[in-house]
Ligand binder design. Sequence first.
Ligand code: FES
Length: 176
Amino acid sequence: MANKVAGTTAKILEREQPVPTQAEVAVLAACARHGNQPDALLEILHDVQHQLGYVPDATLPAIAKALNRSRAEIYGVVTFYHDFKRHPVGKHVIKICRAESCQAMGTDQLCRHAEQSLNVPLGGTTADGSVTIEQVFCLGNCALSPAIMVGETLYGKVDAKRFDEIISGLEKEAAE
Ligand code: FES
């Protein structure tokens, strides 16, 4: 009898307190690092993205609860800032500038080349998860258009040949 009651209680507890996912644990830790302060929401989201590579939609309710804010408010902030990724991205993120100066210097051809050579559309990730290509609008490197950014590294005057060299550099780095 006692075992039956204990079993039922455990089942109820299980239902009422679902085990947090790994992502939720990371998110709650990020909130705690910033004192669960709503004013620190942007820092918290950057922290989450740094830990997980993106900000999963499924974790937004946990952030909202920790900061005592509505889910809609958190969702609004995550979707307003394009820097926050809502889906997993590749190991390397390549940002290709499509703003005016880079447009004038041939970024459209560069984008087409990138899509063809990696076999993925802008905004997509290669099948092996190694590279994501994204369009951005000005990397502050206009004097050296067309510009791209790989991780934190800026490259200027990038044509198709230079792009391929940069990609094979990443592949070599991965093989080492
Ligand atoms: S327009 Fe491309 S870096 Fe500024």
